[in-house]
Design a binder for this molecule. Structure first.
Ligand code: BGC
Length: 757
């Protein structure tokens, strides 16, 4: 296996320039701060392989849908995260030769993402006209002042005089690689010295980008501005061993946060403040913000740097992507690291990311994720209506609540996503204890989703049971199947939880209950039908194998195993026809196992084991969301080695480019799954009956691991060693905790120590 980067507990290090794989490195080295983000592109002019990308949170474009045959119910557009003004551009000329690492190969090239301090560093040497130069770059997007970023760019002449030209610029002439009609999505509003304001052609998002440049030499600069481009150029004759350093400050402000007329002045003010503060202080504040983030979210692994690097890489990118302070934002599967998936919201948020944010961030962050869907409820109701169904169907892919996806087998059929949104309400309340959320908003969402399920199933006279036809489960390598076990399971669970929640709200807050039922014109007698469905739903089961059937026809497929596939045919998605994939037994991602993970208490150890043993050897894990779930279940059934193997697969998915697609961007949402595979998998952390329960084990080659958990205003630090587990209450008050099913009281005076089982 080719390893792209060096192993280091805190750093992602590329040693040596690799033009061919440059796009992979650009993804790995992406920076973000919740407000904006960018791929790890080079500052200088570069004619080699590159995917340029600068993205601004919440700014998107409704790109007109493009499909083969139009089907009723398709959405009009697919939202696209927009590639916006290039902020980092710094062109260099040395003795009139333009620096282009594709043409002048660098010597001793090193690019390094330091995750502890959130900085991207680069250093290399160049030989131009037989003279040597050293270039060093530090870049960051401030986590403390999120509208700001900065670059420290320095050139040292190592052995002679040289004429240096540094051209720092902003370039608004950028396009998306992924555009349905090769359109330019922006309109220019204003370009002036060191500032560009663009407006999206549709939806009127306005984005102002501005820069400030400071060099360590007393020289004049030349300003140049034309349409969509503004630059500031510095020329200097550099002596031997002398260094010229440019500090480039960048800012992005949008009319999502300010009035249109304020944008220019706000951007200028930001740059002025940044220059006054200076690069070093801005960086210091940024590093402090990262110190605070790591203090409540780091996972420390002793004895295994490969695993250590993996988990920190995942936590780092999640924290760069979403802070949760703005309920209008969500977490796109690629975050700020690429265009794929349009930057939109998927079920990934509820099914994977929510548990991460529940345990590492203030509860309002998770609440904002719930609010996001609550605000989209009306659109979800319209979406169900478009399909001729009752209740609410949340979209598979969305920016503003409207469905963006336009493949019938996913848009109309991959409806299990609706259940994840209901489950998230349960998960949030179970974790935070904020049961009042039900009375205000949660119950409304639950009733509408339950109504949808009740309408989507039908009664089969033949089976004398309810069935659900024409669905696509989480395993997208089968479409239009009947009775996908997972979809039916989460549908029934939603109806049950909705009934229980109605009873709770009715009992505790009759006024809110009546008000809600009147508002949504819901007659509680409808739950009689729901109960009938709950009691009589069909679930495929094979007695002999002791497995739940992924769908009615699964066992009729040719029962091959992944080990039967020649290695050069993997990943299937790149090598097999879609037809061959659909007819094969190969499973893209956890499907039955996804359900067993969510509803684990309903299953015996043997049931878990039977299903894992059957489905895992048939799973190709070609969705990034897959290995983490299998890893958690492997840990649960005592397959500790397998759990570790799958942990490495999920945590290093992008670092090793396992799915051959890292160049498109990173798999941000599955990174939360990686986090779960340690906390929920190895730590066997759960919240049951308002209490934390832990049943940890330590992977064979780890000496110990420690993690932090935020639970209801308490911060716990858990260290699992070979012989014992140590739990420290870093913040908070006494409470009870279950370790290996035995109850202990934890207080802030001394750590709780329990022997490992
Ligand atoms: C997976 C979906 C997921 C989407 C975005 C697809 O490949 O099959 O489950 O929602 O990627 O991450």
């Amino acid at each position: 296996m080719k390893r792209f980067i060096e192993i280091d507990p805190w750093k992602i290090i590329q040693n040596g320039f690799d033009e061919k794989n440059n796009e992979i490195y650009e993804s790995l080295m992406s920076l973000g701060n919740g407000h904006m983000g960018m791929r790890g592109n080079l500052e200088e002019n570069f004619t080699g392989n590159t995917l340029k990308g600068t993205y601004v949170a919440g700014v998107y474009y409704p790109d007109k849908t493009r499909v083969g045959w139009w089907k009723n119910g398709y959405p009009e557009y697919f939202a696209k995260v927009l590639n916006s003004t290039n902020l980092i551009g710094i062109d260099i000329k040395i003795d009139n030769v333009t620096v282009d690492l594709n043409k002048t190969l660098p010597i001793e090239f090193k690019r390094e993402l330091d995750m502890q301090s959130g900085t991207l560093k680069r250093s290399f040497k160049l030989n131009i006209n037989n003279k040597k130069f050293k270039i060093e770059v530090i870049r960051f997007l401030s986590m403390q002042a999120i509208e700001l970023g900065a670059i420290n760019y320095s050139i040292t002449s190592l052995d002679n005089y040289a004429d240096i030209e540094i051209n720092s610029y902003l370039d608004g002439n950028v396009t998306n690689k992924d555009s349905n009609y090769d359109e330019y999505f922006w309109e220019e509003i204003n370009t002036e010295d060191k500032l560009i304001t663009l407006k999206t052609k549709k939806l009127d998002f306005k984005v102002t980008s501005s820069m400030g440049n400071v060099v360590n030499k007393d020289i004049d600069s030349e300003l140049n501005s034309s349409s969509l481009y503004t630059s500031e150029t510095f020329s200097y004759n550099l002596k031997k061993d002398e260094t010229i350093t440019l500090h480039k400050f960048i800012t992005v402000v949008t009319n999502r946060d300010y009035n249109d007329y304020e944008l220019n002045s706000k951007a200028k003010e930001n740059i002025k403040n940044a220059i006054n503060l200076g690069f070093d202080s801005l960086l210091k504040n940024h590093i402090q913000a990262w110190i605070d983030i790591w203090a409540s979210s780091d996972i420390l692994i002793e004895g295994d740097d490969v695993a250590q690097q993996g988990i920190r890489f995942n936590i780092f990118h999640l924290m760069q992507t979403y802070h949760g302070h703005d309920a209008r934002l969500n977490i796109g599967p690629k975050g700020f690291t690429g265009e794929k998936y349009g930057g939109s919201t998927y079920w990934d948020t509820e099914a994977y990311c929510l548990p991460f944010y529940l345990s590492t961030s203030d509860k309002n962050v998770s609440k904002n994720l719930l609010e996001y869907r609550y605000k989209h409820l009306d659109r979800a109701i319209e979406n169900a209506q478009k399909l001729g169904l009752d209740g609410a169907l949340y979209p598979m892919v969305t920016m503003n609540g409207e469905e963006c996806h336009n493949e019938w087998e996913i848009t109309f059929e991959e409806i299990h996503r609706n259940g994840a949104i209901a489950y998230a309400i349960y998960n949030y309340i179970n974790y935070t204890g904020d049961i009042d959320y039900l009375n205000t908003k949660g119950l409304n969402v639950l009733i509408e989703i339950a109504k949808f399920w009740a309408d989507r199933v039908h009664y089969s006279e033949n089976k004398k049971q309810y069935v659900m036809h024409g669905v696509t489960g989480p395993n997208e390598y089968e479409n239009n199947i009947n009775n996908n076990w997972y979809t039916s399971k989460i549908a029934i669970w939603t109806m049950k939880y909705a009934i229980e929640s109605m009873e709770y709200v009715k009992e505790t807050d009759l006024n809110s209950y009546n008000e809600l039922l009147n508002k949504i014109k819901f007659n509680e007698n409808e739950t009689v039908k729901w109960q009938d469905i709950i009691d009589n739903m069909y679930f495929g089961y094979d007695k002999e194998k002791g497995i739940f059937l992924q769908q009615d026809g699964y066992l009729d497929k040719e029962q091959l195993l992944v080990s039967d596939i020649p290695e050069n045919e993997l990943p299937l998605v790149h090598n097999w026809s879609w037809d061959k994939i659909l007819r094969s037994p190969f499973i893209k991602q956890a499907d039955v196992l996804q359900g067993m993970f969510l509803f684990e208490d309903e299953f015996t150890h043997t049931e878990m084991k039977n299903n894992f043993d059957y489905y895992e050897p048939r799973t190709v894990h070609e969705s990034s969301l897959s290995p983490c779930i299998y890893s958690i279940i492997a840990g649960d059934i005592g397959y500790e080695e397998k759990a570790y193997e799958l942990y490495l697969r999920t945590s290093r998915l992008d670092l090793e480019n396992y799915n051959s697609d890292t160049e498109d961007g990173l798999h941000i949402t599955s990174m939360a799954g990686t986090w779960m595979s340690i906390i929920y998998g190895f730590g066997r952390f759960r919240i049951k009956n308002n209490k934390i329960t832990l049943n940890p084990f330590t992977p064979e080659n780890w000496n110990s691991y420690s993690f932090k958990i935020l639970f209801r205003d308490n911060l716990l630090s858990v260290t699992v060693k070979k012989e014992e587990i140590e739990i420290l209450l870093e913040k908070g008050t006494n409470f009870d905790i279950l370790v290996y099913n035995k109850e202990y009281k934890i207080d802030s005076n001394s750590p709780l120590i329990v022997k490992i089982k």
